[in-house]
Design a protein around this ligand. Structure first.
Ligand SMILES: Cc1cc2nc3c(=O)[nH]c(=O)nc-3n(C[C@H](O)[C@H](O)[C@H](O)COP(=O)(O)OP(=O)(O)OC[C@H]3O[C@@H](n4cnc5c(N)ncnc54)[C@H](O)[C@@H]3O)c2cc1C
Length: 322
């Protein structure tokens, strides 16, 4: 691995952003590529008609680790994040990005070389370097050869890239994710009873989580609900059409709460939502090839864990170059 070379980071979620920020602070050049329209990954906010907004991925994040807690404190002081409700029952407080969930990721990536709308389809070894290509083989970021490639996309997507390059990162294939169908709904009925969130931990429930999106700081609009179907229901309906799923989830929601006139409804499928089995190490890195893997697949299904994993991978790269 060239110790001064440019590093490609695939994925502009919180893990990729954490790695990119740390590498750039240490004076390394990093290029972040993401197939999405903007950074954030699963920390996402979807726009609907009439200025409606729904945080349809991660609902909130907690901060148990002192390092991450200090970062969240800084975000809160600068208006990039805010507390959502008061901590209760001895559990750590909930925080959200403001004005949307991707704000903390955007903040980490501020001023860095981030290229969205770039779906990396292949990794191509070129001597001691790596080049990136689209799935059809067309060169991507063709101006650059990379000394290391850090994969921060969910493990099935990372595995596909590794397989295409004829490389392996032991552990990546072991990661398992639960899918999640999400309903975004705007209605004119009363708010949820007993507070802005309703959780159901029964594995056989259709709907596992309902949140009043408008109750989060910096959001507008009463009657905007986000409902997550349970992992078992999401699995059973994984290949259904979004419109069909939206209809079924609205029916399930009506059994749980009164709904008024529906102004908007849409469903979004997350194929890789919550990690069910993680690697159990902060990150994976093979110095010889310069290939690494980070994200919630390493430590578990939390924003905080994904951040710490991305940071750990950057530290591994820097330690290798020291
Ligand atoms: C419905 C839902 C609810 C959740 N609720 C919570 C919660 O309340 N609290 C919590 O802490 N966590 C929650 N999570 C989990 C949390 O969102 C994730 O753990 C965390 O955001 C993962 O970050 P990441 O950087 O590892 O991955 P991601 O955010 O998934 O980032 C990976 C990025 O890689 C990109 N990518 C993939 N393939 C390619 C490719 N070939 N080329 C280029 N780019 C590519 C993707 O576009 C994506 O932006 C939830 C997740 C979901 C889906």
């Amino acid at each position: 691995m060239d110790r001064d070379g440019t590093i490609a980071i695939i994925g502009a979620g919180i893990a990729g952003a954490a790695a990119a920020r740390r590498l750039s602070e240490a004076g390394r050049r990093a290029v972040v590529l993401d197939k999405g329209r903007g950074p954030g990954g699963r920390m996402a906010t979807r726009r609907g008609p009439d200025s409606l907004r729904f945080d349809h991925g991660a609902q909130y994040f907690t901060a148990r680790d002192p390092l991450f807690a200090a970062l969240v404190e800084g975000w809160t002081a600068r208006g990039v994040a805010a507390a959502w409700g008061e901590p209760s029952g001895g559990r750590p407080g909930r925080h959200v990005g403001t004005p949307g969930m991707s704000a903390p990721v955007r903040d980490l990536l501020d001023g860095l070389d981030v290229r969205c709308g770039r779906a990396v389809g292949r990794l191509v070894r070129d001597g001691r370097d790596w080049r990136l290509a689209e799935a059809d083989g067309a060169a991507l970021a063709e101006d650059a050869a990379f000394s290391a490639v850090l994969l921060t996309c969910p493990s099935p997507q990372s595995l596909a890239l590794l397989a295409g390059a004829g490389h392996d990162l032991p552990g990546v294939a072991e990661v398992r994710y639960a899918p999640c169908w999400t309903l975004m709904l705007a209605h004119d009925g009363p708010p949820l009873r007993d507070g802005p969130v309703r959780e159901d931990r029964d594995p056989d429930a259709t709907i596992a989580w309902i949140a009043e999106n408008g109750s989060k700081p910096g959001r507008q609009g009463g009657g905007t609900l986000v409902a997550h179907a349970s992992p078992s229901w999401s699995r059973a309906h994984l290949e259904c059409e979004a419109e069909d799923v939206a209809g079924r989830l609205v029916s399930a929601l009506r059994d749980l709460m009164p709904l008024g006139d529906i102004r908007h409804r849409a469903a979004h499928r997350w194929r890789y939502a919550a990690v069910e089995r993680a690697v159990g190490e902060p990150c994976l890195f093979v110095p010889g090839s310069g290939l690494g893997f980070a994200g919630d697949g390493c430590l578990g299904p939390r924003v905080e864990f994904a951040y710490l994993s991305g940071l750990a991978l950057a530290e591994r790269v820097l330690a290798e170059a020291a």
